[in-house]
Ligand binder design. Structure first.
Ligand SMILES: C[S@@+](CC[C@H](N)C(=O)[O-])C[C@H]1O[C@@H](n2cnc3c(N)ncnc32)[C@H](O)[C@@H]1O
Length: 456
């Protein structure tokens, strides 16, 4: 996998562990103006004497006007216009009544974030990731992803379920299709099908490969009310035949499907269950290629995710402080005004400064159950994950928010997109401009895991 696209793995793993607060403090402090002490040391401190020597502003203005003579009118008008513009911008950014600020407008971004607002700020708050045992990376590159995107857009346009609210949007549909096609499994298993959109995506990637779908409500039930997808080459454990992934007799089921090599199977989870629980169940059954759809960031989501598990202080962007007067806290509260899924320190932290998982809780089953865990347990969970992992790869967003107009995930917690902000021509050429903007609003860091071979 290409260095720049690998969710920060190669970018950060050679660095010494630092907390994000420390890194941010350092980065931000280097941009702060010099203190008075610095100025006096350099002889530019502006003493009282220099103040008295400074000409009065009125004198400066009248000198200037007398110098430009009769040409001063245009200048005055321009200056007035400039002042009016400044006033309008300041009202727009500081009045609470003006809430409709465009995330994609450079002026708005400058108003919020200063000149830094113009730069692409992907990963500015750090992107936690799970370390793998030997630092192995995926085989595909950013070029492969770009090529795949071009191919996938026309396929996506033929999807049977046009409005897949509560299911996958474009980014993850592409990710699932791309990985299934790359890995070319002999069997595809999905847990959590809803109306069948992800089943359809898997089928587009692998037209002849058998599938198993585990989902409490059979997708055919949705057909009565509207569009849904039921696959002809799929064994459904659904409705009265539903069995939870953790309770399936996999040996038996795989034998029936003629599968002997479990490294030729991919398992896709979109069932909103604790991912640590799912990982242990998959490992027990012997599966090695797992894809998790909702890899929620710390402080968000309805189940404990890989991203949350690996959010540890030795990873850049991992480990948080609940200290309200920190650079991270300030940056988070600013970003919350821009991005719906961004969380500020208040949302991140529970009682007793518990920030891991969601406010110190390990959520499960659509947040129907949640268990408070200690920081030590949380830390041990990441050590466990790292001990069995060969690859951790987060799908990047397909394109920057200036192109997709997505308004939910905070780019500061995401890897750089496949199509960078500002690449309008590429965005159009690939066909992404033809899609309704709403399909880009569901990115939650889909992740691919390769589990190590037993004993490696
Ligand atoms: C977010 S939806 C899946 C969306 C679907 N993959 C798509 O892309 O359209 C979650 C699904 O998980 C199902 N579900 C709930 N508990 C489950 C479980 N224990 N095992 C498998 N599926 C479960 C829900 O009924 C629901 O259909």
């Amino acid at each position: 996998m290409e260095r720049g696209m690998n969710n920060g793995q190669s970018l950060w793993h050679s660095q010494s562990p630092k907390t994000p607060t420390t890194m941010l403090d350092r980065a931000l402090s280097s941009r702060r103006p010099h203190s008075d002490a610095d100025l006096s040391a350099s002889g530019e401190s502006g003493t009282d004497e220099s103040k008295t020597k400074r000409p009065h502003i009125y004198l400066l203005a009248s000198n200037f006007l007398s110098r430009i003579g009769h040409q001063w009118w245009p200048c005055l008008i321009l200056a007035l216009l400039f002042l009016v513009l400044l006033f309008l911008i300041s009202v727009a950014f500081h009045s609470h009544s003006f809430v409709c600020i465009s995330r994609f407008d450079p002026a708005a971004r400058i108003g919020f974030f200063g000149l830094d607002g113009l730069e692409s700020d992907f990963g500015a708050l750090g992107v936690p990731w799970c370390r793998s045992k030997h630092g192995k990376e995926v085989e595909w590159t950013s070029k492969d992803l770009l090529k795949g995107l071009e191919e996938f857009v026309p396929i996506y346009e033929t999807r049977p379920i046009k409005n897949n609210m509560y299911g996958m949007g474009f980014d993850h549909s592409f990710g699932l299709w791309f990985m299934a096609r790359w890995l070319k499994p002999d069997l595809m298993i999905e847990s959590g099908a809803f109306k069948g959109h992800s089943t359809w995506v898997l089928r587009q990637a692998m037209p002849d490969t058998p599938m198993i779908s585990l989902t409490p409500r059979h997708p055919e039930k949705y057909l009565r009310k509207g569009p849904a997808y039921v696959d002809g080459n799929c064994t459904y454990f659904a409705g009265k035949d539903f069995v939870d992934f953790g309770s399936v007799d996999w040996k038996n089921v795989l034998r029936k499907h003629g599968i002997t090599d479990l490294s030729r199977v991919i398992v896709f989870f979109d069932d909103h269950q604790n991912e640590l629980k799912r990982l242990k169940q998959a490992l027990k059954a012997g599966f090695r290629h797992l894809i998790f759809e909702d890899n929620y960031d710390t402080g968000t989501g309805d189940h404990y995710s890989l991203r949350q598990i690996c959010d540890q202080s030795y990873i850049r962007g991992g480990g948080h402080s609940c200290f309200k007067d920190s650079d991270e806290a300030r940056m988070r509260s600013k970003r919350k005004k821009f991005w719906e899924k961004a969380v500020d320190t208040e949302e991140l932290c529970g009682p007793g400064e518990t920030w891991w998982g969601v406010k110190g809780e390990m959520r499960d089953d659509f947040n129907h159950t949640n268990t408070p865990i200690s920081y030590n347990q949380h830390f041990q969970n990441s050590r466990y994950v790292e001990s069995i992992l060969d690859v951790y790869w987060e799908l990047p967003p397909v394109a920057g928010p200036s192109l997709t107009h997505q308004s939910r995930y905070d780019p500061a917690r995401a890897t750089p997109p496949i199509v960078a902000d500002g690449k309008h021509r590429l965005f159009q050429r690939i066909g992404l401009g033809r899609l309704d903007k709403s399909v880009f609003n569901g990115y939650t860091q889909m992740v691919y895991l390769e589990i190590s071979k037993p004993g490696s």
